[in-house]
Design a protein around this ligand. Structure first.
Ligand code: F6P
Length: 365
């Protein structure tokens, strides 16, 4: 019988509440105690019953349909230092927690894996400084950790979809549908900026789903001349065929091949100056992250929550920390360190413009 702590960390994403609900209920069903750790790693570092609360079956009632994360999330600087992780370790032992499930992006999961690998030296230090007893030291020899990827960006390697990505995509498409109507009425062009950090998944898929005229994403940088000529050529052809509206999607991480960021205003200037189009910019912002999860995210977050509980119950000191992933519609476990490492390698290859390597790394997943 384990005592499980569950937390959400980093930027919130739709589906985090269904995930937490599933962990709480699957944990209780399997005979475990479950604690929700509020405010991400911040709550773990601060500790006490204000932040680490035992959660019952009925406490998560209705969470399947709620957006955001009801247990709060944060980006915590203190946890990046060993002193912060030492406090977190002590707080967990005080609460009797011996398994941790973290739902967050790659930064949060990297932190989780580091915490686990450092755990033996953390408890050793707590024993030496008499902050835990010999008995606690022996009881809490191992920490089982499991990660699940909650992020709208869909930027994690080794999984086909992160929790929240399809909800965000749905929201973007609806917003563009609304913009379509007004664009068509005024025969205008709209530049729509979408989130995704350094990943173009949201921009690319939203473009496909709304038949945008042109899409700019970080993974396909071109020289300013190239993308501007190509965009103007395509938009002019569409206009010549009688199309009254123009939609250009710009992923927030879009870059030219000299690595300079492409801003929406820059794209707007090109459409105004070269094609004379009446053009507006819409930055969708955090609307993309809020709101309820679509059915896909509710279902897969639930299945992943159950699998995360199974994983922490089955893992032992010799098993690498798992990350719950979706691969070809199957819920599966992959080693957390490998997934994080691959994600960072892809990001570095894109940054250094080594696109062939980035693509081959993604294909190798
Ligand atoms: O990683 C999720 C994300 O929404 C990114 O798409 C975006 O760049 C970033 O978080 C925004 O962060 P914040 O909410 O801190 O402004």
């Amino acid at each position: 019988r384990k005592t499980i702590g569950v937390m959400t960390s980093g930027g919130d994403s739709p589906g985090m509440n269904p995930f937490v609900r599933a962990v709480v209920r699957a944990g209780i069903y399997k005979g475990c105690k479950v604690f929700c750790i509020h405010e991400g790693y911040e709550g773990l570092v601060r500790g006490g019953e204000k932040y680490i609360k035992e959660t019952q079956w009925h406490d998560v009632r209705g969470w399947l349909v709620e957006g955001g994360t009801n247990i709060g999330t944060a980006r915590c600087k203190e946890f990046r230092e060993r002193s912060g992780r030492l406090k977190a370790c002590k707080n967990m032992i005080d609460m009797g927690i011996d398994a941790l499930i973290v739902c967050g992006g790659d930064g949060s999961l990297t932190g989780a894996d580091r915490f686990r690998s450092e755990w033996p030296s953390l408890i050793e230090e707590l024993l030496q400084t008499e902050r835990i007893s010999q008995q606690q030291f022996e009881t809490y020899q191992n920490l089982n950790i499991c990660g699940a990827v909650g992020s709208i960006d869909n930027d994690m390697s080794s999984t086909d979809a992160t929790i929240g990505a399809f909800s965000s995509l749905d929201r973007i498409c609806r917003a563009i549908d609304y913009i379509d109507a007004t664009a068509n009425s005024h025969s205008r062009a709209f530049i729509v900026e979408v989130m995704g950090r350094h990943c173009g998944w949201l921009g690319l898929l939203a473009g496909l789903a709304t038949s945008a005229d042109y899409i700019l994403i970080p993974e396909k940088p071109a020289s300013s001349r190239e993308w501007q000529d190509q965009m103007c050529d395509i938009v002019s052809k569409h206009r010549a065929r009688g199309k009254r509206k123009t939609i250009v999607i710009v992923a927030e991480g879009a870059i030219s091949n000299d690595l300079s960021p492409i801003s929406c205003d820059q794209v707007k200037d090109v459409l105004v100056n070269r094609l004379g189009l009446d053009t507006r910019v819409t930055t969708l912002g955090h609307v993309q992250r809020g709101g309820t999860a679509v059915a896909f995210d509710r279902i897969y977050a639930t299945l992943q929550g159950v699998e995360a509980v199974n994983a922490v119950l089955e893992c032992n000191a010799d098993t690498p920390s798992p990350m719950i992933a979706i691969k070809e519609d199957q819920i599966t476990r992959v080693p957390l360190v490998d997934a994080v490492e691959l994600t960072q390698q892809v990001a570095k290859s894109i940054e250094s413009r080594n696109f062939k390597r980035a693509i081959s790394l993604r294909d190798s997943e």
